[in-house]
Design a protein. Structure first.
Length: 142
């Protein structure tokens, strides 16, 4: 279960250094093998390979009316492996479509991560914090 936020700068080659607290789990559970793809909100989803395979199978089984979403998720998926120092290359294509340049936010989202451009994430989060909470939170107590 991945959770929490990490602020990470990509290096000049577009590599993300996976935070140490996640690196050991990813090596143990997925042999450092990851899959990245587009997220509809504009970030990059990063899955340990075993979790990606479950997600991929769910997406692939969707009916024909979801064909464009299959293209978005499956057609943009890229397999990557962590190197010996825990870095993974974020492809130029995914960086461009998500607006990621250098400063990023890596969010643990349970079984996967979201990688955001830090400025885009801050703006989106601020916007959401101004809005009313969705109905699903009406009976939720804090």
């Amino acid at each position: 279960m991945f959770q929490g936020a990490s602020f990470v700068a990509l290096d000049v080659k577009g590599r993300l250094s996976v935070p140490t607290r996640h690196r050991d789990v990813l090596n143990a559970n997925a042999s450092g093998r990851l899959t990245m793809t587009k997220h509809p909100h504009g970030c990059i989803m990063i899955f340990p390979r075993n979790e990606w395979e479950k997600f991929r199978d769910r997406i692939a089984s969707l009916p024909m009316q979801a064909q464009w979403w299959k293209r978005i998720f499956l057609g943009n998926a890229m397999d990557v492996d962590m190197d010996a120092t825990g870095r993974v290359l974020v492809s130029p294509e995914l960086r461009k479509t998500s607006g990621i340049s250098k400063e990023t936010v890596l969010l643990g989202m349970g079984s996967y991560f979201e990688l955001w451009d830090a400025d885009i994430y801050a703006a989106q989060e601020a916007e959401q914090m101004k809005a009313e909470m969705p109905d699903v939170f009406k009976d939720f107590s804090f």
